[in-house]
Ligand binder design. Structure first.
Ligand SMILES: CSC[C@@H](O)[C@@H](O)C(=O)COP(=O)(O)O
Length: 360
């Protein structure tokens, strides 16, 4: 326990509201690590674009952006009564819900804003707008403590000096702060755990290379970037003692959707006898989705595979592509699901609902 300090105290906030100007400020994650550009979003269309084009990404950050987006969109309504405002609110909600299908945090945040709207029944238009503002801010601020709790629970499963593998980016910029899968790495760094982190580059959009390697390196964490197809060799060579990943939706039986390639990593981990941990805020656990078969997997444009991030195309023009953005890791591959309220083990259909019961 050396170096007790908040290494993220000066971290960039990737999604925040500029209260004075009612503007959503997001760090454009598509430009990292080369440029740190902040975008100022005022219109709900800008928020939709930012989510769809992955300028803001990662399940919790998408939820936070959606909460702010629904507030900003509704605020512009000229409605004179509560009912008229609700009609406008529902249009904004439906519109933002169409931006990305897999991360359940998007829908969770929109439903939470809806519940708050209904709680304000009978109030004036101005009061309801103020309540939406407050709720969107709560979604962001609560996420910080949620991620820290996940980090503490995850850290309790790890030992100093371990080699850790992660896929995609479940880090501080994918959340309000700390991240989910990266939270124990930051807390471990503060406490002298000396983890050796291996980051899969995460094709096709390189969230591991551009974002995870970048943010861990900035924080001084020992991080080594590998190509996705190198995960097997680093496991075989004994460099990895645990795999930690984030998630976009966890079904009731524990099946977990996360960035494409995650299920392959889980299968490899099982083969080599390495624990595979999913770090999941309860906003990502969807008990209404029974199994992974019920999860809608987003398909994305082919240029993400063929041309994006390359100076020249790296595939023949017009070649057919298949670009599923996420895959589902079977619950049998998962050692534990780490939430802010505790660690869930199989059978997940029994342990996951109990995590919600711990909610105050
Ligand atoms: C804490 S973020 C968890 C997940 O959202 C993350 O691992 C992931 O798959 C993100 O995918 P992306 O397409 O970049 O939004």
């Amino acid at each position: 326990m050396t170096n007790q300090q908040d290494i993220l105290s000066s971290v960039i906030q990737s999604v925040k509201l500029d209260d004075a100007n009612d503007t959503l400020i997001i760090l454009d994650q598509t430009l990292l690590p080369n440029e740190k550009v902040f975008l100022e979003l005022k219109e709900m269309e800008d928020v939709w674009d930012a989510i769809y084009y992955l300028r803001v990404r990662g399940a919790p950050a998408i939820g936070i952006a959606a909460g702010y987006g629904v507030y900003l969109g509704t605020k512009q309504s000229q409605a004179a009564t509560y009912d008229e405002l609700y009609a406008d609110f529902l249009k904004v909600k439906e519109y933002l819900a169409s931006s990305r299908p897999t991360a359940v945090n998007l829908f969770w945040a929109l439903d939470r804003m809806d519940a708050r709207f209904k709680k304000e029944a009978g109030k004036s238009v101005a009061e309801v707008k103020a309540a939406l503002h407050e709720e969107s801010e709560l979604i962001r601020s609560e996420d910080e403590q949620i991620c820290k709790n996940i980090g503490e629970y995850a850290l309790s499963l790890l030992k100093p000096g371990m080699g850790l593998l992660t896929h995609c980016n479940a880090g501080t910029i994918a959340t309000a702060k700390y991240g989910t899968a990266l939270a124990p790495m930051y807390l471990g760094q503060e406490r002298g755990y000396d983890f050796k982190v291996f980051a899969d580059e995460t094709r096709p959009l390189l969230q591991g290379a551009r974002l995870t390697a970048w943010e861990l390196k900035e924080a001084g964490v020992d991080v080594t970037l590998i190509c996705d197809n190198m995960a097997s060799i680093v496991m075989k060579e004994g460099k990895i003692q645990a795999v930690l990943v984030g998630c976009d939706r966890v079904a009731e039986n524990g099946d977990t959707a996360n960035k494409i390639g995650t299920s392959g990593v889980a299968i490899l981990a099982k083969h080599y006898g390495i624990p595979f941990y999913v770090c999941a805020p309860l906003s990502t656990v969807d008990l209404n989705t029974k199994t992974g078969d019920d999860i809608h997997i987003e398909l994305r444009p082919s240029e993400e595979i063929t041309t994006k991030f390359y100076a020249k195309p790296q595939a023949p023009e017009g070649v057919q592509t298949y670009n599923p953005c996420f895959d589902v890791t079977d619950h049998n591959m998962i050692t534990a699901i780490i939430t802010e309220n505790g660690i869930a083990y199989a059978p997940f259909e029994e342990s996951l609902p109990k995590m919600f019961k711990n909610n105050k």
